[in-house]
Design a protein around this ligand. Structure first.
Ligand SMILES: [Zn+2]
Ligand SMILES: [Zn+2]
Length: 371
């Protein structure tokens, strides 16, 4: 009998996953079959699970969810002999890779803007046909083209590497696109997986004062350990005005050079824009749910000469930058602690229930599935 692997399959109805077995495919010449060792539950997975963006973004299922992951080479396609930086690649090597596949044939890809390719994601729903393994919550992941794949240095534990292909790369890409410079004051809205990684990255990029806003004490503590100079606790600064005036007083009445949104709720945008200094920038990353709106006063942008930069995903060259950042800073920032909870694949329902934060506070900064 051929080899099979487990996958947590998600249907359009309900929130429970079903564990199914599928045959492990043989890789096509340019593909890699990955044995997934760790898969994060990212905020966007919760949006899909909750139903915010299920059909609208993903199309009808069933499908294997999950995109933030790492693993090792199970089988290499015959054309794949090295990673994207020329390091020899063999079975058993730990790797990171984008969970999306820029088509390299569209207008955006032609211009090298891989993050803006509109057909790179999501994968098609599961059918009767191989390769089945198109998401992270499974024992295997089928990397249909190994165009962008990077060997993981031995000294980095899986706990640190899991967020590399989503949270960490996205925040590096976002902060770079927003033009964060040495000495800039930065406000980070939300200290989940994205916000904590952004705090550490901004520190390493030489940011000046970093102010982090969240309502969970454990997260604020971790933010401080990852380089936050000041934290604003939502339990103390309850109204938007309390938070904006705190930012103003910390920045000499000016506002911050850069304010970055990693919460995923439209309601935080108006106060975030208010916190931006005249001539500064607002970075929008967290809001991915279609159709959710918020009223803003555009004259504030115009009179304030404020920019808004939005990013989704990243260009693949960020991945080795992220790995290098981790290798250099692994003893400086306790980023492995972003992962607060760990569940086996067959406990995935429990993992999602515990990670859910909408309408409540959760101590979970990142839960991972270890298939
Ligand atoms: Zn993600
Ligand atoms: Zn494209």
């Amino acid at each position: 009998m051929s080899e099979t692997g487990k996958a947590a399959v998600f249907f359009d109805t309900g929130k429970d996953f079903e564990i199914r077995e599928y045959p492990v495919p043989d890789p096509e010449p340019d593909a890699i079959v990955v044995r997934v060792t760790s898969a994060g539950i990212c905020g966007s997975d919760l949006h899909v699970w909750r139903g915010d963006i299920r059909i609208a973004m993903m199309g009808p299922g069933p499908r294997i969810l999950g995109h933030e992951m790492t693993g090792y080479v199970h089988k290499l396609g015959s054309n794949v002999t090295t990673d994207s930086q020329g390091q020899p690649l063999k079975e058993g090597d730990r790797i990171v890779y984008p969970y999306f596949f820029p088509c390299r044939r569209c207008y955006q890809c032609l211009r090298g803007e891989f993050a803006a390719c509109q057909i790179k994601y999501p994968p098609p729903p599961i059918s009767d046909n191989a390769p089945h393994f198109t998401g992270a919550y499974a024992e295997y992941f089928y990397m249909k083209t190994a165009a962008f794949v990077f060997k993981v240095p031995d000294d980095l534990p899986d706990e640190m590497v899991t967020p590399v292909n989503c949270a960490l790369s996205e925040v590096i890409y976002g902060l770079q696109k927003a033009g964060l410079k040495m000495g800039d004051t930065l406000v980070i809205q939300g200290a989940g997986g994205l916000g904590i990684n952004a705090t550490a990255v901004a520190s390493a990029m030489g940011a000046g004062m970093i102010i982090v806003i969240d309502g969970v004490p454990e997260r604020l503590k971790l933010a401080k350990a990852c380089g936050a100079d000041e934290v604003i606790d939502l339990n103390e600064a309850k109204a938007p005005m309390d938070r904006t005036s705190k930012v103003m007083s910390l920045t000499g009445g000016r506002g911050a050079d850069l304010v970055a949104e990693f919460v995923g709720l439209p309601a935080v945008i108006p106060e975030g824009i208010q916190m931006v200094r005249s001539g500064g920038t607002y970075l929008e990353v967290g809001n991915i749910s279609l159709g959710q709106t918020v009223a803003i006063d555009p004259s504030q942008l115009v009179w304030g000469n404020k920019d808004i930069i939005s990013v989704n995903m990243y260009d693949p060259w960020i991945l080795p930058v992220a790995l290098d950042f981790l290798s250099r800073n692994k003893d400086r920032f306790p980023l492995a602690n972003v992962i607060s909870h760990n569940f086996p694949l067959d406990k995935i329902d429990e993992a999602f229930q515990q990670a859910e934060w909408e309408g409540k506070q959760t101590a979970i900064s990142r839960a991972v599935i270890t298939p």
